[in-house]
Design a protein around this ligand. Structure first.
Ligand SMILES: [Fe+2]
Length: 390
């Protein structure tokens, strides 16, 4: 979505005859969002993407979410959730609400089918591992610390080269670049922490000229189906437009730093309905001679804050580990844990990597989160906590 992209062969006008070498017509497909009113692309298939041989039920287990009751700050050691299966089967829902579902997934084998979420964009964060995501727009190679945006309706397979850990955000709408980073024409402004050049788009190879029975598992906000289609989904010879998958690595993120502590919105990456995303990457700390590098105490009274700890030394948090997720619930005070302020003084930089999503509606808890919860976390701001119940 960052800007117009054209890949492969497309006719010189849209909606006109475009013929294959054998004289037959390529099948044009409009890949559009919000009906016909938002970003879209046009794809040219060897054969129509509509040839559906069968539609069968997909008995995907329902997502069960429980209220954050009693309402408190929580810590989930999601790195301890067992992996297994492919990138879809291994998704374990940790948190969610009407706007967004947040899962972790540890993919150990390639998907043997295609998957399509038509309920909203997906945003994948790659914690560990590398591999490829094959889509009808082409193939995106992924690696550690990538964000991958998959627009709603993208048909894809994840082919990990090694075991891959993802944080998965299933949005109910469009994952966008914040408006304040863009000028009136949509181009990223000079003050944005990234530039169009930083986004990687799929590499379109030769179209797969095959017919057979191809399984596409489709999901749409709790409704599911397995489509069996006759034409290989990756039979595209060209496409153009503004709507396509893309990847962005945190290495390319140029963090905004200041004389005093910069709040999370200074580190925004994306936004989606009811959700705002940020990334904390290695950076210089504040340069006021009396600056306090760690964040101040606060309560975000109107949002739930989710922080996923990726790597480095998480200096303001006690007890977290790589793969930890903390949920700072709306209105629940939090901040540096005892001793963190003093030990941060004079530090010039941090090597921490963490990604954040704030939600504006209350988050509910998945069973997978409760199963790996550190029950003592909400007491971790006490100077010398005695064990709970002592
Ligand atoms: Fe916070």
């Amino acid at each position: 979505m960052p800007s117009y992209v054209r890949s492969g062969s497309v006719p010189h006008k849209r909606h006109i005859q475009f013929r294959r070498p054998d004289g037959g017509l390529y099948a044009e497909e409009l890949f559009s969002t919000k009906g016909f009113e938002s970003v879209y692309s046009l794809l040219y298939h060897l054969r129509p993407p509509t040839a559906t041989l069968d539609v069968k039920p997909w008995s995907r287990p329902p997502v069960l979410l429980l209220p954050n009751e009693p309402l408190r700050n929580r810590h989930f050691k999601t790195g301890r959730i067992a992996g297994g299966g492919d990138a879809i089967e291994s998704r374990a829902v940790v948190l969610g609400n009407d706007d967004i579902l947040i899962s972790v997934a540890r993919a150990q084998r390639p998907m043997e089918y295609f998957y399509r979420n038509t309920g909203g964009d997906e945003l994948l964060f790659v914690h560990r591992g590398h591999g490829e995501i094959v889509t009808q727009f082409g193939t995106l190679a992924y690696r550690e610390n990538d964000y991958v945006v998959l627009p709603t309706g993208t048909t894809y397979r994840v082919l990990p080269s090694v075991e891959t850990s993802f944080m998965v955000h299933e949005s109910s709408g469009t994952v966008k670049i914040p408006r304040r980073y863009r000028n009136e024409f949509g181009q990223l402004e000079e003050h944005a922490p990234y530039y169009e050049r930083d986004f990687r788009t799929p590499i379109l190879g030769e179209p797969v000229e095959e017919q057979g029975e191809y399984e596409v598992r489709v999901t749409n906000r709790g409704r599911h189906a397995v489509y069996v289609v006759q034409n290989h989904p990756c039979d595209v010879v060209g496409w153009d437009g503004y709507c396509y998958p893309y990847a962005f690595n945190l290495e390319e993120f140029a963090p905004i730093t200041g004389k005093l502590h910069q709040p999370p919105p200074a580190h925004s990456t994306f936004e989606a309905p009811g959700a705002a995303f940020c990334a904390f990457v290695p950076r210089l700390f504040d340069y006021h001679p009396l600056a306090i590098p760690v964040p101040y105490n606060h309560s975000s009274v109107d949002c739930d804050e989710v922080l996923y700890y990726v790597s480095g030394n998480f200096m303001s948090r006690r007890g977290v580990e790589a793969g930890s997720i903390t949920l700072h619930a709306a209105g629940a005070p939090h901040g540096p844990q005892p001793g963190a302020v003093e030990s941060s003084l004079g530090k010039a930089s941090t090597d921490e990597v963490a990604v954040m999503v704030d939600t504006f509606k209350p988050l509910l808890l998945g069973q997978a989160a409760l199963d790996c919860e550190d029950p003592e976390y909400y007491r971790s701001w006490i100077e010398a906590p005695a064990p709970l119940g002592a």
